[in-house]
Design a protein around this ligand. Sequence first.
Ligand code: MN
Length: 391
Amino acid sequence: MRRNETKICILGSTGSIGSNTLSVIDNLVLNGKELSVKYLSAGKNIHKLAEQIRKYSPEAVVIEDKIAFDEFRSEYFFEGLEVLLGKNELVKLASDGAYDLAVSSLTGFSGLEPTLAALSSGNNVALANKETLVSAGHLVNKIVSVTGSRVYPIDSEHSAILQCILGEEQNNIHKVVLTASGGPFLNSSIDEVRSTTVEMALSHPNWKMGRKITIDSATMMNKGLEVIEAKWLYDLSPNQIEVIIHPQSIVHSFVEFNDGSVKAQLGIPDMRIPIQFALTYPGRVVSDFPRINFREMSTLEFSQPDLEKFKCLSIAYEAMESAKSYPSVMNSSNEAAVNLFLEGRIGFMDIPKIIEIQLEKHVPEEIESAEQIIELDRRINEDVLKSFVLN
Ligand code: MN
């Protein structure tokens, strides 16, 4: 093993961000960067995991699901590979100091503990799991200020902001404007949105992503989560963060400075670009990822989001302003509601309704620990299920 090699741990390697990260690693290695994959983790997708093991020869992998773990052990054998089971092992792996960068690409709330573990032990994290920042942003910043770990966003908007503020001073940032594609229902009427099916909500026009984030994009809760993510990443106040609809997803965000000057970062909607920037920050490496062709691009449009149709976006602003445990409650109730929607048990417009009910009855607490957020999440999930059964 070479001395300057960067050892990478991918928390959630078989999903969309995880697979794209591996293809970014291919590109970096092709261009002479010394990188290796030390750890991988999967939920259930053991066949994809096996393919990744064959290609990248990690030292250890974690499989979260017990049935999948047993199946993996009976079907595959890799010399010298440590195969671990379950969430606790994933947290342990994330907190060992034997790698240089963790890519946190787990889905939803399940990303919280491993991500905090990585940061707590002083590791840098390329963060795709925005739910960790939404639910525990205050905690993340506290941990990072002690350990000195760095968080590099793997989210196209936040990567755009990072690229725009490189070399700028914090107190010169007037505001940031996050762009949103508007998802599949940008031009649908409220009635159409009400009768949305799971399939319709899962067909995003510009981005290929996992199921949770695709539903979040359809409700625009994804943008709500990103507003809160931006607050924590860039130390912004709520009134410094705006959202604008941009259906082409070419401009990934704007930063407006005190003198009235505005910077934007543009690119084809391809997550490999922000992933690679998170891995090479503040430098850049050649790639053959698709390029913008300005001669073929006819229009870039911008418009105000419809907050009645996309209630989740205004809910997120309210939760952010109420602060304390409200964003955690919003995050957990959203995830519970999205799961119910994906299971076909509630309608699309029930998602914001469920979140609002939970926020209304919540008694705010100061968030001091991960355990507290986990307990809160457990309570919210239980309550969402209970109130859903009663209805
Ligand atoms: Mn995004």
